[in-house]
Design a protein around this ligand. Structure first.
Ligand code: AMP
Ligand code: GLY
Length: 423
């Protein structure tokens, strides 16, 4: 099979790494890819939102399966376009991708199908949103409804902060049309976990659990980022709670979306808040998490291509998905200053020193310049390792992190620590 992966971040490097292991795959392409992916797939310089060029490439190469990594092409309808031209593609169609593309739509669906989530209201004008905040008080959470690259959520500790967020979104338009609507919801306390599931339109099969680290600094301090590291499994999601999440969250969502005439095929990612054994949904994403994909895919024993084909063909019930017991940890190395401004173009040293067979360095924001690998993004590398225990996986990840350096590089030093406390 000829396979095309769309995307060029750490998640896509992990997808390519796993797909390349499938005996079914005879040729592997990635658009646009990155220097890490180059060793495993042929990178083609097409942007993830250039749908006509992606389609033309897939047709010319007679691609048998296209796998969509990021949310943007999904919300733009890349799946619908490929299907209309008779091409096999893994991911939700545009209507189903609206679960991530519109938080207002997502909340409406959760409410309609009784999926537990924070109480909320949706607003299309700033004055009513502000009046609601005045009445509700703080803490309170303000979300731009549309895509905002993970930056559209403000967890406000004061009314003033919440009102400023509404003004930024709706009046200063800092996220453009993604701020046409805002969702304002109750603050939820607890511990977060990510539960991703393979979906075939009729059923959801959960993957092993994982936990992201959204804030930039140790101890969950500082501003939110795209994710500074992840590990799997996340002991906060016990087997009993995973079972509850299937019953209360995944099953009703998949059944609900089918009833809406928007069957969900692809990866449904539930961002969950767990408090005293109670699960509430913070959000849904319609694709693998980044960096959750890195440790989760490292733990997948089964052939990912087989699973994706079963999803597309509506026969997830016919296959068994197997996982490695060994925990895995991904530590993100970021550019100094991220998630604020940072300097690009520093040569990265030490990549060739990583030779541990139980560790792998996934590239995210890198480029090749004059023969050297340099940093070009905020999140640059995801150093991922497995171990017999979570502690061993953490130690191995950091041993390999410490082999790599560039000017300003930093990482969190406590990835996985919450998981250790639970033992
Ligand atoms: P979201 O993109 O909706 O997942 O929000 C990003 C992050 O904001 C989440 O991972 C949480 O850390 C935080 N967050 C979102 N909604 C809430 C909420 N209702 N209560 C507390 N924290 C939240
Ligand atoms: N790690 C969070 C996300 O992928 O949205």
């Amino acid at each position: 099979m000829k396979v095309l992966v769309i995307g060029g971040g750490g998640r896509e490097h992990a997808l390519v790494w796993k797909i390349a292991q499938s005996p079914k795959v005879t040729a592997l392409y990635c658009a646009p890819g990155n220097p890490g992916i180059e060793g495993l797939a042929e990178c083609v310089n097409i942007a993830v939102d250039d749908l006509p060029a992606l389609l033309a490439f897939a047709q010319k190469q007679a691609i048998d399966l296209t796998v969509v990594g990021p949310e943007l092409p999904l919300t733009l309808g890349v799946v619908d376009l490929f299907q209309a031209h008779g091409l096999k593609v893994f991911g939700p169609a545009q209507g189903a991708a609206e679960l991530e593309g519109s938080k207002a739509y997502c909340k409406m669906i959760m409410e309609k199908y009784s999926v537990p989530t924070a109480a909320h209201r949706t607003f299309t004008d700033a004055a009513s949103a502000i009046a609601y905040i005045e009445a509700q008080g703080a803490p309170i959470v303000v979300k731009a409804s549309g895509l905002a690259a993970g930056k559209g959520v403000t967890v406000a500790q004061t009314k003033e902060e919440a009102i400023a967020a509404v003004r930024d979104i709706m009046e200063n338009r800092i996220f453009g049309t993604s701020g046409d609507e805002v969702v304002i919801e109750d603050f939820l306390k607890g511990e977060e976990a990510s539960l991703l599931a393979f979906c075939d339109g009729k059923r959801a099969v959960p993957m092993v659990s994982s936990q992201d680290h959204k804030q930039v600094f140790d101890g969950d301090r500082g501003p939110n980022t795209g994710g500074m590291g992840a590990y799997s499994p996340a002991p906060v999601l016990t087997d009993a709670l995973t079972h509850e999440a299937q019953r209360l969250v995944l099953d009703p969502m998949v059944r609900g979306m089918a009833a809406e005439g928007r069957p969900f095929v692809g990866i449904l990612y539930g961002g969950l808040m767990i408090d005293n054994g109670q699960i509430k949904v913070l959000e849904f994403n319609v694709r693998f998490g980044d960096p959750e994909a890195q440790p989760v895919l490292m733990r997948l024993k089964s052939d990912l291509v087989d699973i994706m084909l079963a999803c597309i063909e509506g026969r997830l019930d016919e296959i068994t998905i197997e996982w490695h017991e060994a925990p895995a940890v991904c530590v993100v190395l970021a550019s100094g200053g991220y998630p604020g401004d940072y300097t690009k173009g520093f040569p990265i040293h030490g990549l060739d020193r990583v030779s541990d067979p139980d560790a792998f360095v996934f590239h995210a924001g890198t480029a090749k310049r004059d023969g050297a690998i340099v940093n070009t993004g905020g999140r640059v590398l995801g150093v991922t390792a497995r171990g017999a225990s979570l502690q061993e996986a953490i130690d191995r990840a950091y041993q390999n992190v410490d082999l790599i350096s560039w000017e300003g590089a930093f990482c969190r030093r406590d990835i996985g620590a919450k998981g250790l406390k639970k033992r």
